[in-house]
Design a protein around this ligand. Structure first.
Ligand SMILES: *Cc1c(COP(=O)(O)O)cnc(C)c1O
Length: 476
């Protein structure tokens, strides 16, 4: 496809700016040596350009998108409608509080609902994504130990089935990361955990369900081992869509949790779109939260409150507000019954697919999963040299987005599938049929699998070169 610079010609333009309604002022600014390279296209050309671009991407509106751990579920359009209301979009962060009472109410209501869902006492909306929430939560843990002059607690324990961002966030927050292996069953090895804790343990980060899609059956024991050692327990709740309305991190002994509103609470988040990673905590940590909590006073007026011993702001003002509007809309639409039902369906869909695929695709852990499951193609690779990558690429020819590949690292030739609750049985059955067809094709002609995809706009990419030597500039 042509780039925008290669379309149109000198003299073509489209004016979509409104007429200027303030006096023009000549700027005494330094002048450019060369004219700026801007595309010269008509509105028609511009429209075609973006339509063509849009046709080349795959999103949940195009088809099945089982990207494990990323929760690419359907986002109800009513959320967008709410988030586009002028009362939410045409505000300024420095506006006086009494003029934005409705927006403060949105923040306060969402905070209190999410506290109820997580079993926490306070929550900040500031962090802009999951990993950012992890970092913030770890700052709370650090501030807590520091406030007690317990400065020898420098280590964070992270099981090897954690999401990759967990150890990265712990290192970013200045902790030393202690990795502990999982047992045969994919859960935390309690013996190894007991050996790892000590006077230097600041806390543990647990991704639950973990990256192999399992709910850790020893979760209460895990949090009590950490607490007995004097550490705090952090719950990576990015995958709360497996358990929301059913169990609560707060009831399982966790002190801090982050959520991914853009995953569980439905905001479109492909291509780096806006995220929100609220961090909830128990009452004893509330004073350390970042600023700008929305609270209601005795007269029913809403105010922003900055916690007493705050770790400081992690983002300007109150985070990505319109993602919060979408989350609140989603929560209100689902209601008290709909929230656990969404989780049950996410788990049911994953187990249905797993049960229907395991005849030919061996599962890494063959037991009831949560919202996602991991298959291992090690045997296929060994026997006929067809890899997880080959199967993933073959799916593209059927208009299906590939699952997460080669993750988690503890499973070889891994494909991690998260169907989400928003897919119908018809869709799941069709995808299951496609998986079987691909398997048959692989058996019949293994070499041809290395060519896939063959029906897409671009064929198989050199992914290493694309990552190491990306061409990001257009040379005029
Ligand atoms: C997605 C995810 C994260 C990271 O969230 P981002 O918003 O991408 O930073 C962290 N933990 C788990 C378990 C996740 O699934």
């Amino acid at each position: 496809m042509k780039l925008i610079f290669e379309r149109g010609e000198e003299g073509q333009h489209c004016t979509i700016l409104p007429a200027c309604d303030v006096p023009e002022v000549a700027l005494e600014a330094p002048k450019r040596e060369k004219a700026l390279h801007l595309p010269h296209v008509s509105e028609n050309e511009l429209s075609r350009h973006y339509t063509e671009l849009a046709g080349q991407v795959h999103g949940v509106n195009n088809g099945f998108y089982p990207l494990g751990s990323c929760t690419m579920k359907y986002n109800p359009k009513v959320n967008e409608k709410a988030a586009a209301l002028p009362g939410f979009t045409r505000i300024h962060p420095l506006q006086p509080e009494h003029t934005i009472q409705g927006c403060l109410e949105v923040l306060e209501k969402t905070e209190s609902m999410l506290c109820e869902v997580t079993g926490m006492d306070a929550i900040t909306m500031q962090p802009a994504a999951g990993a950012h929430g992890e970092f913030t939560g770890l700052l709370l843990i650090k501030a807590y130990h520091d406030s007690r002059k317990d400065t020898k607690r420098t280590k964070i324990i992270v099981p090897d089935s954690a999401h990759g961002t967990n150890p990265a966030s712990a290192a970013m927050a200045g902790f030393e990361v202690v990795s502990i292996p999982s047992g045969e069953d994919g859960c935390v090895d309690l013996e190894k955990l007991r050996e790892a804790v000590g006077e230097d343990t600041a806390g543990l980060m647990l991704t639950n369900p973990n990256t192999v899609g399992l709910f850790d059956k020893n979760i209460l024991e895990i949090t009590s081992i950490i607490h007995e050692a004097g550490g705090l327990a952090y719950y990576d709740g990015a995958n709360l869509n497996a358990v929301m309305g059913i169990v609560r991190p707060g009831d399982m002994g966790f002190d801090v949790v982050h959520l991914n509103l853009h995953k569980t609470f439905s905001t479109p988040h492909g291509g780096g779109g806006p995220g929100s990673g609220p961090v909830g905590c128990k009452a004893f940590l509330k004073e350390f939260l970042p600023g700008r909590l929305a609270e209601k006073d005795a007269e029913g007026m809403y105010h922003f409150v900055d916690p007493a011993a705050s770790v400081g702001n992690v983002k300007a003002f109150y985070g990505n507000f319109l993602v919060v509007v979408r989350a609140l809309t989603y929560l209100l639409m689902l209601g008290k019954e709909g929230i656990p039902e969404a989780s049950s369906n996410a788990v049911l869909n994953a187990n249905y697919m797993m049960a229907k695929l395991k005849d030919v695709y061996p599962m890494a852990y063959d037991e009831t999963c949560m919202h996602e499951f991991v298959m291992t193609l090690e045997q296929l690779k060994h026997e006929i040299d067809v890899s997880a990558m080959d199967i993933a690429k073959a799916l593209l020819d059927y208009g299906i987005h590939p699952p997460t590949m080669y993750f988690p690292l503890i499973v070889h030739e891994a494909l991690m599938i998260e169907p989400t609750e928003t897919e119908s049985k018809e869709t799941l059955d069709e995808v299951i049929r496609v998986f079987h067809e691909i398997y048959e094709n692989a058996k019949a002609d293994p070499a041809a699998m290395h060519e896939a995809p063959v029906r897409t706009y671009v064929r198989r990419l050199d992914e290493v070169r694309a990552a190491r030597k990306p061409v990001l500039r257009y040379e005029f």
